[in-house]
Design a protein around this ligand. Sequence first.
Ligand SMILES: O=P(O)(O)OC[C@H]1O[C@](O)(CO)[C@@H](O)[C@@H]1O
Length: 254
Amino acid sequence: MKLIKVKNYEELSKKASAFIVETVNQKPNAVIGMATGSTAEGTYEYLVKAFQNDEVSFTEAHSVNLDEYVGLSPENDQSYHAYMDHHLFKHIDMPAENHFIPDGEANDLQDECVRYESRIEELGGVDLQLLGLGHNGHIGFNEPGTSFQSKTQVVDLAESTRKANARFFEVMEEVPDQAITMGIATILKSKRILLLVSGKGKAEILNKLLESEQTESIPATALKEHHDVTIIADADALSLFEKNHNGELKNCVV
Ligand SMILES: O=P(O)(O)OC[C@H]1O[C@](O)(CO)[C@@H](O)[C@@H]1O
């Protein structure tokens, strides 16, 4: 894994957006794997700016999202469909038929998982997958204990994840307890992976990820077997790891 240390969230967002712009400029019909959550918001902000400044166009590109809550309609403000529209899709020129997000309202959720997995394959796989890191080490909604062989699946959300995401909902009871998520094996099939980690709140889990061997109790450690993973982390997120290593970052591009 390659690690890029940046000063702050602003720099992280700028850099992550530049990765996506470069990918789409090199391959206009690229498939970009999109993440949701707070960390990715700044990346999309810079991506919209890049589009508005004519630095990139998405007319041939496709997007596949990592996950969606079960039971939320695309019109629900807390759904990841609504998140993507709000932060990205309504501001750029990617045709709506090129956006793929799991259908959390499908009658047959298992069928939807199979359909989603094959859709990604039909598109030729993901060229660049953006990821955030959960406080418990989850990627997508793959919670601790998830098999590294997992494909797109319906998952029960950990109570800590529901609590962490409750900030987006009016009351805790509204936070869904299930989601559809790309599996870990699905994520690992991406040609290139970009993991974004920002803030002091993520320092402990980032330290664990960097220190630890591969273990299913920290889903993000699955990324260690992938040949092209870049972590972009800001100084706050790296603070604990650096403290434990006397400020020394080995094998890192700083
Ligand atoms: O960026 P945040 O809000 O800390 O979330 C981390 C990750 O957890 C999720 O909320 C669950 O998939 C993702 O959307 C995100 O990438």
